[in-house]
Design a protein around this ligand. Sequence first.
Ligand code: ADP
Length: 587
Amino acid sequence: MNLDSRLLRQITHARFWLALTVFCGLGNGVLIILWARRLSRVVAEVFLQQAGLDEVHGYLVALIVIVLARAALLLVGEGSAGAAAARIKRTLRAALMERLFSLGAAYARDERSGELATVVSEGVESLDAYFSQYLPQLVMAAALPLMMLLTVFPLDWLTGLVLLLTAPLIPLFMILIGKAGEVLTRRQFTALRRMGAYFLDTLQGLTTLKLLNQSQARGKEIAAVGERYRQTTMKVLRLTFLSAFALELIATIGTAIVAVEIGLRLLYGRIMFEQAFFVLLIAPEFYLPLRMLGLRFHAGMSAAAAVGRIFEILNAAGSSPIRNEEGEKYLKKPEVRSILEEQHLEIRFDRVTFAYPQREQAALDNLSFAIAPGTLTALVGPSGAGKSTIFQILLRFVVPQSGQVWVNGVALSSIPAELWRQKIAWVPQRPHLFNTSLAANIALGNPEASREAIVRAARMAFVDEFAEVFPQGLDTMIGEGGARLSGGQAQRVALARAFLRNTPLLLMDEPTNYLDPQLETLLEQASSLVCEGRTVLIIAHRLSTVHRADKILVLQRGRLVQSGTYTELSASSGLYRDLFEAYGQGV
Ligand code: ADP
């Protein structure tokens, strides 16, 4: 989808508010003209014809009404501009988050999370000024001067000509200065994104930096990055002020020319006072929308810099997000529906090849294997063999370049990713825990689960064994990233999530680190319980796991080199034996 049409679609969501803003702006323009007419008439009658209060009373009331109406229009205009911007920001932010979720782990792994966070927060925020100020101003800068020209020309063509000739100078200078500014603003936004990424990276690695005694050096680097950002910001500001100055100058000179040329003619009696005064009142108002546009041009440019990056993410290649209404369309297909209702899943990889972007070596190379329903399959192989990539494909975070994955004879690619993911429980090696209570972290597996179900899941995964020690039990807050839990405990929380989820397919990545024997036994018991009755795929590092596996697949450089049961593989020579013998206890 191209950039502009996406942007337009977002705008249409808020078109009512934008239209209201523009309407208020135009109404304001009409009122300015009426106001100048009434005022020049009152002044002319009072000063030249010595009219009394009684005669101009009606005009004065009209003037007050006009001023009040202008205030009301301004208020409504500002409010609706704010509403339009808020609406657009909300839609864009939601679209960005939806996209990032659907692009999934594989994309987020390549990108720096601090940078993504800056785009979603600061980047989208910069659109506020664009939609609430720049865009309505653009329409007004085009319409209001035109409206005023049309009223001035019939009254006084000479002033009309002066206005007509000087007005285009403002947009012209704006464009000339803007061209230089565009590069600078883009650079400024890139610097901001980099700084965000760098800062988060540093915060996350603070312990390592402290240990290696590098925090001072890193601090200096952060200061340098901050300084660079300050410098680009100052450059942008300098240019903004310069452009504001240039635009003010043109507007002032324009008004001055009108004043002089009117004054001279008035002196020689070539123009009526009332006309002259009206034109003089209108002249500054004529330049005002153009000057305002110049001032808001900077906001427009910062937004343009952010929009580029936002749409880069929105348009990034990956499986497209499935919305609910589309999901329902898929649900009408009987074969897809039968899979989503099925409790026994048979999975078959058929000559699947996948290479990560910008990688020559394929992570999976023409890989074929089958997993029978309700069995436990262990994936083993050296690091980089492609085990995690198999999970990425099954989780639908990446799509194979060739070959097909079949689920009960239905192509995986024909099942909507979001519906398919409801069939999977995933226990990663380092599960992510959120800064909420233990119970809430478990409930993520199934947000609708009752408290009893959560407690049961916690018991099955032996979470209650360590939760009991905490003063608030399962309601204890566990800190960001599970800061108060050990690796083994975090893994058990993830297992509890899997219990609660109760899906037909379970993907599990065993921890590689050494656990004490008691914990090892607990984890083993919990994981064999959770595996019962499901189709399970485990990236195995434990001897006990390969022992109880129905089938072991040995991978190397994206290919299947051996497969069989524990007894078969231990008896024959090959990679499995090498791995097994190399590590003694486990693979
Ligand atoms: P394993 O889980 O067996 O250690 P992986 O599936 O993680 O292996 O990796 C298989 C290959 O793909 C490796 O060569 C690895 O470097 C590469 N790889 C994995 N993830 C990415 C990624 N996000 N971007 C680029 N290459 C990747």
